[in-house]
Design a protein around this ligand. Structure first.
Ligand code: ADP
Ligand code: MG
Length: 377
């Protein structure tokens, strides 16, 4: 019996029609590339968000979440409109809106995906509700179509300008694989990714910090990328080939744009190189690519922060094959490929150095590439 179903019973009474779970994700590599039509390589986590859901006949949507206790929201489907209700409820209300359905339901949420850590608790929530409604109403949308529509929930209803990777990973991830997503071609490819078979773990250090300027900086980075593309006469930075990078950079008006473009173009190449390294079972090369990606996002894209840089440095110092920040940046989480027998030591080192620096205590845990969203009950 899931906790979401228990919450459902205690808040709404009666049995839900079903319970659906959708995972958070870690982006292994390919940061700030998705909105540039580029390449990303996320994998789905075992940590999921569960939605216990039951249709209602009266057109009312009621919602509650164990993450925000005592905040039970109700909204008639007739009143669905982007941004309404403000806050966490919009992630749920935006799902029937994106599915273009006019039905009421009660939904209770429970989640083991840390919120705001860059592991995409937002997409996990949206996708759990989306898959649930798709199933219970027999809408027949493919997972690709659900990913497209649930992306609209986040972009247009919630108003968060995310790039589409999160929903794809949450809905299409499979156990033991990372998912190569080519945004421009709109294609996905399952890439075998099994660190445990190589004696490794993917360690996540959630710094628990989220810097207040993060949203503004994210918007500025997007604007920089768009301006760089305009100055280069291309639709998006994806259209700049890695081989042409140096000559392309000469056409940019200032150093800031040079740095932004260099990050995006080299990062796309690093995604391809990581995919090749994994295919060759070359974990050392994969680790080096992660570390290079961190340097690029820190120095060229300027989307890291002190806590993330310290976490990455300490993870590398304690034997990781590679480490980088993951997610939008300016806080959130770092990941590392760590030999399984050194994870305790690595976690200990990071905690000690965080304490010495007066940083908040980090949450440190390992993650395993797991299956995408499913019906649980
Ligand atoms: P991330 O996706 O990296 O965790 P976001 O800022 O994109 O961070 O999304 C976090 C927001 O999503 C929260 O502030 C909250 O509004 C909503 N959210 C995520 N998970 C839940 C949940 N289980 N219950 C209620 N709201 C949630
Ligand atoms: Mg999110």
């Amino acid at each position: 019996m899931t906790k979401a179903a228990n919450v459902f019973r205690s808040v709404f009474g009666g049995e839900p029609d079903g319970v659906w779970g959708a995972p958070g994700r870690v982006n292994l590599i390919g940061e700030h590339t998705d909105y540039n039509d580029g390449l990303v390589l996320p994998f789905a986590l075992a940590e999921r968000t569960e939605a216990a859901l039951k249709l209602r006949a009266d057109g009312l949507i009621r919602m509650c979440s164990a993450v925000v206790p005592n905040d039970i929201l109700g909204i008639p489907t007739k009143e669905l409109a982007p941004g309404w209700p403000a806050g966490w409820g919009s992630y749920i209300a935006g799902v029937p809106w994106a599915l273009e359905i006019d039905v009421g339901f009660d939904v209770a949420i429970d989640s083991l995906v840390p919120v705001g850590a860059g592991l995409s608790s937002s997409a996990a929530l949206i996708c759990a509700v989306g898959l649930g409604l798709n199933d219970v109403l027999d809408l027949g949308h493919s997972r690709r179509e659900l990913a497209r529509r649930t992306r609209r929930t986040e972009n247009e209803y919630v108003g968060a300008p995310t790039g589409g990777m999160d929903q794809i990973a949450s809905l299409l991830g499979t156990e033991g694989h990372a998912l190569l997503y080519d945004v421009q071609a709109d294609t996905t490819e399952q890439i075998p990714f099994d660190p445990s078979a190589a004696g490794l773990k993917v360690l996540v250090v959630d710094t628990t910090v989220r810097h207040g300027h993060a949203d503004g900086e994210y918007a500025e980075r997007r604007a920089d990328c768009e301006m760089a593309a305009r100055q280069l006469g291309v639709q998006t930075l994806r259209d700049v080939a890695y081989a042409d990078l140096d000559s392309a950079l000469d056409h940019l008006e200032n150093e800031r744009l040079v740095k932004r473009a260099r990050h995006v173009v080299t990062e796309n190449q690093r995604v391809l190189d990581t995919t090749a390294a994994l295919a060759a079972d070359d974990w050392v090369a994969a680790g080096e690519l992660l570390t290079a990606a961190h340097a690029s996002i820190r120095d060229d894209f300027e989307a890291s922060c002190t806590e993330l840089d310290v976490a990455v440095a300490m993870l590398l110092e304690s034997g990781s094959l590679g480490a980088r920040m993951t997610g939008g940046g300016f806080g959130g989480a770092a990941i590392a490929l760590v030999p399984a027998d050194r994870t305790d030591e690595a976690a200990h080192t990071v905690r000690a150095v965080f304490a010495d620096n007066g940083f908040a205590p980090p949450n440190i845990f390992s993650v395993v590439p797991s299956a995408g969203a499913t019906r649980i009950e």
